[in-house]
Write a protein that binds this ligand. Sequence first.
Ligand code: NAG
Ligand code: NAG
Ligand code: NAG
Ligand code: NAG
Length: 193
Amino acid sequence: MLATSTLSLFAIASAAVAAAAPPQKPWEISDLIFSTPSGRPQASPYSHLNFTVIDPNVPYYPPPAGSSPSTDVESPTDKPAPPTTVQCYAEWVWLGKPEAFYGLPNNCSHVEHGRWIFTITKPNQTDTTDMHDFNLRLTHLVHPGEGFVGEAQFSWSKNLRGLCAASGFCQFVIRADALPFYINQTFTRVGVS
Ligand SMILES: *[C@@H]1O[C@H](CO)[C@@H](O)[C@H](O)[C@H]1NC(C)=O
Ligand SMILES: *[C@@H]1O[C@H](CO)[C@@H](O)[C@H](O)[C@H]1NC(C)=O
Ligand SMILES: *[C@@H]1O[C@H](CO)[C@@H](O)[C@H](O)[C@H]1NC(C)=O
Ligand SMILES: *[C@@H]1O[C@H](CO)[C@@H](O)[C@H](O)[C@H]1NC(C)=O
């Protein structure tokens, strides 16, 4: 289904907020698969993106901005918590170019604390000629308006490998030599409106 949400998602870097966060281990994308359809009349019109994120951080969240740290911080537990694994999946009607889905927020799988959202954004390289290149913005909202945000770039020439069949159907996965694939995240204000 084409996501028609009117949500808009943006991140505002904030040194003051970031300073409150404990050190974070980077997120890890352990697998990713991206496909685009052939465009033939009888074939599925959807492109699919499916990836897995491992968050190795003990669930410990900075207090909401403006609150007293001594009363709002969740108690660290004695035992280290296992990493959180989040599955992120979306499909779109492929219109022959990726611009149609830039900026649309998509939910990842449900987690106990907060909410994971991903957005595909325009590739960094303005000179890119490959329509399969894309950037990914990943957000873990932990309070209303605040959370961790990280970005990654995917490109056929750099960290994806794949094939396009004669039919026009293409499928890409992360290249083995790009694994483990880390994403650094920063704690920041996040606007979801
Ligand atoms: C997404 O990938 C995960 C892990 O490989 C798999 O279990 C799941 O079935 C996939 N989801 C879809 C909709 O293909
Ligand atoms: C994502 O989850 C939020 C909160 O549960 C919900 O309000 C929103 O409709 C969901 N968005 C999509 C595109 O499913
Ligand atoms: C992506 O673009 C940003 C902003 O222009 C720049 O700071 C960053 O170095 C670029 N990253 C790469 C890998 O080109
Ligand atoms: C994450 O940040 C560390 C420390 O600044 C840096 O060494 C590393 O290259 C970064 N990794 C990625 C994937 O950006």
